[in-house]
Design a protein around this ligand. Structure first.
Ligand SMILES: [Zn+2]
Length: 342
């Protein structure tokens, strides 16, 4: 889990993926026959069939490497920052957070809070209100002059938190989608022989609307694609049972559909058959609202057959996302086994 920890503790929001890309490049060194970074910043590694053989299926693996966060939008007269969201945080999770503001000259710690009065002097109505992201500010504890010297509009802001073990699970921010990034790296490391030609893509800007995956798919021109992402559990108190998307611990999720795409049914059944043959725990899943890179890949060029592997994650889009180690391992095992037999 050291690799997953390193991936989750490397800040990279949409449009600012340089740092996570460097970590992925470091851990995939020597695994590809060729690789390049595309215009938008996605990292594409190509593995020819091993051993070399006839022309075979060209498969695209896509894992988005961005995480939800913010960009600095405004510096006020006192040096407090306002931020613009890049990806969807629930603002109820943003009170009293230590954040990192990543500037040209390094990361600065700060404290994020909504505008308004402390609880001692707030009215009952004020206490109930859920603020918008635009009402939050970041206090760097510096003078306005110091802030203006160090911080620029567009600098990345992420929440500071650590990866940890909780029971037989891991808890961290951005398990969505560093688990997918991790599984793709591990599959490439573990795969020895395969007949397919693998184009492994760590994509950019998924969290702001699947922006990097489409151009990358146009470049790769795959026969089939597997989008590697995470998905919701909702198997926790307060959610009616018929609205549980997945159950944590019940294995890797195979998406039937979400609001960005409907999975190629034959591909879904092939993935299931491999899982059954290899005795890998899996569950089908439908997400009524929310999408992933597969939605953009499916509609590139003349259309692409797309399947989705998703790791079930509780408390998704918070900084305490939780995922079971058994599900994470099932996810990696199914991705590897599927590529092995393709
Ligand atoms: Zn995701």
């Amino acid at each position: 889990m050291d690799l997953l920890q390193e991936l989750t503790e490397t800040p990279s929001v949409p449009g600012r993926e340089d740092r996570i890309r460097k970590v992925i490049q470091k851990h995939t060194k020597g695994l590809f026959d060729e690789s390049h970074v595309d215009v938008m910043g996605s990292f594409i590694g190509v593995r020819k069939p091993r051993p070399a053989g006839k022309k075979t299926t060209r498969v695209m693996i896509a894992a988005h490497m961005d995480q939800i966060g913010f960009l600095v939008k405004h510096i006020d007269a006192k040096g407090f920052l306002r931020v613009n969201p890049v990806g969807g945080f629930d603002t109820r999770n943003l009170f009293a957070r230590v954040v990192n503001v990543s500037t040209k000259s390094g990361d600065l710690p700060g404290v994020m809070n909504p505008a308004g009065k402390p609880i001692h002097i707030a009215t009952d109505d004020e206490k109930k209100k859920v603020p918008e992201v635009s009402e939050f500010s970041v206090d760097l504890g510096l003078t306005a002059a110091q802030v203006n010297r160090k911080v620029r509009i567009g600098d990345m802001v992420t929440i500071a938190t650590q990866f940890q073990r909780v029971g037989d699970n891991v808890v961290s921010q951005c398990l969505d989608n560093r688990i997918g990034c991790w599984a793709a790296i591990r599959a490439m490391q573990n795969l020895k022989k395969h007949d397919c030609e693998i184009h492994c893509v760590w994509t950019v800007q998924e969290e702001v609307g699947l922006r990097g995956a489409g151009p990358a798919a146009f470049d790769v021109e795959p026969d089939i694609a597997i989008s590697c992402d995470t998905t919701l559990c909702c198997d926790t108190p307060g959610v009616p049972e018929d609205q549980h998307i997945n159950t944590m611990g019940h294995g890797v999720a195979l998406k039937v559909m979400d609001s960005s795409m409907i999975t190629d049914i034959k591909l879904l059944e092939e993935l299931e058959a491999v899982a059954r043959r290899k005795k890998i725990k899996h569950q089908r899943s439908i997400l009524p609202r929310g999408g992933q890179d597969g939605g953009a890949i499916q509609r590139s060029r003349y259309g692409v057959r797309v399947g989705v592997l998703a790791c079930p994650v509780r408390y998704i889009h918070t900084i305490t996302e939780m995922s079971a180690l058994t599900d994470i391992h099932a996810y990696r095992n199914l991705l590897t086994a599927y590529l092995e037999q393709l």
